[in-house]
Write a protein that binds this ligand. Structure first.
Ligand code: ADP
Ligand code: MG
Length: 259
């Protein structure tokens, strides 16, 4: 038997997803095999309509496969009921979305506290303290009372990441988390993901930007509902270093003068 720490976070085997709307059938996943081990950081890439979001919905227990096996952190997911899926999501998963999906008239602290209050197993007691700690972890300890409209896009996404982390998930799933952010803020958010991953959090994110995928450790390319390529990232970029470079004074002129 594997020790718990060697156990894959994700095991997909022969996963198919067929959407049936009326007479029409759309096969969105055509047999996906994927194993993700603890501590990985994976970028899922592929063109629009290739099945990325469907894959994320299956991984995120928002939907069950039509065929195939899905084991999440040792728990067999395929065949579960909606309520079982909801509990599993709350126990094991954190979600980050392209559009942040924060409650508008609600402070950062209350947004982050929400998943703790929804926990039907009643696992949590000091929910305000936990939400505060999660916001401190993403660098927003000074913004607890701010509403989303009082925060920049990058800050809003960091609140959303704190909300995803507050339940201490096994796996963080992010569908185009930088899709609504400018290039500098994108690198800031990727620096945060890399720091969290260095602390041991397993991350799967969807992106169509190669510059974003460069920050992952592994890239999985999806086409027509299949994984067509799966490879480690060569020369992985360090987002914190990229930020320092952006902040450094431009020395090009000086060098030209000296030449
Ligand atoms: P991506 O995220 O890569 O753009 P999706 O997973 O959203 O791709 O979609 C994959 C395919 O499945 C597309 O052909 C899409 O139209 C179809 N699809 C996605 N969701 C549904 C749904 N709820 N009902 C029917 N077809 C769907
Ligand atoms: Mg999508």
């Amino acid at each position: 038997m594997n020790a718990p720490n060697d156990r894959p976070v994700i095991e997909l085997a022969g996963v198919k997803k067929i959407y049936a709307s009326g007479k029409n059938k759309v096969t969105a996943l055509r047999g996906v095999d994927l194993t993700v081990t603890p501590g990985e950081m994976i970028a899922v890439m592929g063109s629009s309509g290739s099945g990325k979001s469907t894959l994320m919905n299956v991984l995120g227990c928002l939907d069950v496969p039509t065929e195939g096996r899905y084991v999440l952190d040792g728990v067999r997911v395929d065949g579960m009921t909606k309520n079982q899926l909801a509990d599993l999501r709350n126990q094991k998963l954190g979600f980050v979305f392209q559009g942040f999906n924060l409650l508008a008239r609600t402070s950062a602290l209350d947004n982050v506290e929400l998943p703790l209050l929804y926990d039907r197993a009643g696992r949590w007691q000091h929910t305000k303290a936990m939400a505060t700690a999660a916001l401190e972890r993403v660098g927003l300890g000074a913004r607890l009372d701010h509403h989303p409209s009082e925060l920049s896009g990058g800050q809003q996404q960091r609140v959303a990441i704190a909300r995803a982390l507050v339940t201490q998930p096994t796996l963080l799933l992010a569908d185009e988390p930088t899709g609504n952010l400018d290039s500098r803020t994108t690198v800031e958010v990727m620096a945060l993901f890399q720091a969290l991953n260095d602390q041991g959090i397993t991350i799967v994110l969807v992106t169509h930007e190669p510059e974003v995928a460069h920050y992952a450790r592994r890239v999985v390319e999806v086409r027509d509902g299949r994984i067509v390529r799966d490879h480690p990232v060569e020369r992985r970029h360090d987002a914190a270093a990229d930020l320092r470079e952006m902040d450094a004074p431009d020395t090009t002129d000086l060098m030209e003068e000296a030449a």
